[in-house]
Design a protein around this ligand. Structure first.
Ligand code: GLA
Length: 416
């Protein structure tokens, strides 16, 4: 076993032991995973995204092990990470005569190796993994869409692109879940398609499927080839169903998930996926990049009911809360308190609606371990949304200390 991973596991085990010792003197404090797993709550998983770089950070990984039982790779399973920013072509050729790209799973595997090792040492407290993501317009290299896999080539035809898509999905599934894969059985869900629907009636006449056409002002590569035809989405669910084990749940994932117009368009898309021969879709991933001042709460509840009409499972897949818009940089105490109230409201609402007939929320995943490493801390617009203000959107601060929101969510006293 890699020494670093071993040290990290020892640290996690030591932390768990100390919690166990403490708890033998009194009642064990709840954690996010114990809360979400309870029958009174959603009876589901507590997840967090973890980047490759966190594997070296013992304190962060100890926090991950203490609070969560599901891991999403922050970037390492995205097409850009697996395909590479420029292609690494092998000598084998495909049916179109193109040299087949070699896929790079190094970083994703490092995270899954951590999970495997942890699970071996903690057979009663295992992690499982959310796969994220197979089809997206962002963080996907343009060469994947072009003749000869060349970034300066012309776009390939639709049929050609579907051929590549099937190859990509098959290869990824074989790597993580093939008969000989050491990771077989770790992944319980995949985001098959991410962020391909527009809100409302955007480009109504030319875009009847309400598909995303642009990213950063440019037509997306998917749009350049498919021109508003949604077969790359419906077929992605056919291929995922063809190559994923039945136990792996297949999700459509999107942001602005509580916008009523967008939710309606997503539900229409899901109905089309379900009507496609050979396709399977099990769940809706509501990313959950919410904010404090919007009137989200009732909208989220309504959107959950809409999604539950068309899919069996709902997961919150990338939860964080942007600060109020009036707030400029450092988090004042009132903002922390507001956030605590809002998070508490959100989780109580999720637990309540999960108990309604026909609604099953199976996991809640936070997008980041702590405020210091949240994507909302920088001005990057990868994935959209970050505005450069220091947002402090999570339950733990940059020093990994629990914030008021953590205590309010778990219903425990904040230490004086
Ligand atoms: C989207 C993606 C995530 C991530 C965030 C921003 O929501 O689905 O993978 O990139 O944007 O970090």
């Amino acid at each position: 076993m890699n020494i670093r991973i071993k040290k990290m596991l020892q640290a996690s085990v030591a932390l768990i032991m100390s919690v166990a010792v403490l708890s033998s003197c009194g009642k064990k404090d709840p954690t996010l995973k114990s809360l979400f797993a309870s029958e009174d709550h959603i009876n589901g998983r507590a997840g967090v995204c973890v980047p490759y770089s966190a594997l070296e950070d013992e304190d962060r990984m100890a926090l991950v092990a203490r609070e969560y039982n599901s891991i999403t790779c922050e970037n390492e399973m995205k097409p850009e990470s697996i395909l590479g920013t420029s292609p690494n072509l092998s000598n084998e050729t495909d049916d179109y005569g193109d040299k087949i790209p070699t896929l790079d799973f190094t970083r994703a595997d490092a995270i899954l190796d951590y999970v495997l090792n942890y699970n071996e040492e903690n057979p009663n407290d295992k992690f499982s993994v959310r796969g994220h993501v197979l089809v997206w317009h962002s963080q996907t290299p343009t060469w994947f869409f072009r003749e000869g896999y060349s970034a300066s080539g012309d776009y390939v035809t639709k049929e050609h692109m579907l051929y590549r898509l099937e190859w990509y999905i098959r290869s990824v599934m074989e790597h993580f879940d093939g008969e000989d894969s050491p990771y077989k059985g770790l992944i319980y869900a995949w985001d098959v398609v991410n962020e391909q629907i527009e809100p409302n009636d955007y480009n109504k006449d030319t875009n009847p499927n309400k598909l995303r056409c642009y990213h950063n002002g440019q037509p997306t590569d998917w749009y350049q080839i498919f021109q508003g035809d949604n077969s790359y989405i419906t077929q992605a669910f056919v291929y995922a169903n063809r190559y994923a084990p039945e136990s792996v749940k297949l999700f459509y994932n999107d942001y602005n998930d509580s916008n009523p117009g967008k939710a309606r368009n997503i539900c229409n898309l899901i109905q089309e996926i379900k009507a496609t021969e050979g396709a399977r879709i099990d769940g809706m991933g509501m990313q959950g990049h919410y904010g404090i001042d919007w009137d989200y709460a009732t909208q989220i509840e309504k959107a959950i009911r809409m999604y539950a009409e068309v899919v069996d499972e709902i997961q919150i897949t990338e939860l964080d809360l942007q600060a109020s818009s009036g707030y400029t940089h450092y988090m004042p105490d009132e903002e922390y308190e507001k956030q605590a109230t809002w998070y508490k409201y959100l989780f109580d609402m999720l637990a309540r609606v999960d108990h309604e007939d026909g609604i099953d929320i199976t996991a809640i995943t936070f997008w980041g371990t702590d405020d210091g490493s949240s994507w909302l801390n920088d001005a990057s617009n990868v994935g959209g949304g970050a505005n450069g203000r220091d947002q402090a959107p999570l339950l733990f601060d940059a020093e990994l200390n629990p914030k008021p929101a953590y205590y309010s969510v778990l219903g425990i006293e904040e230490p004086a």
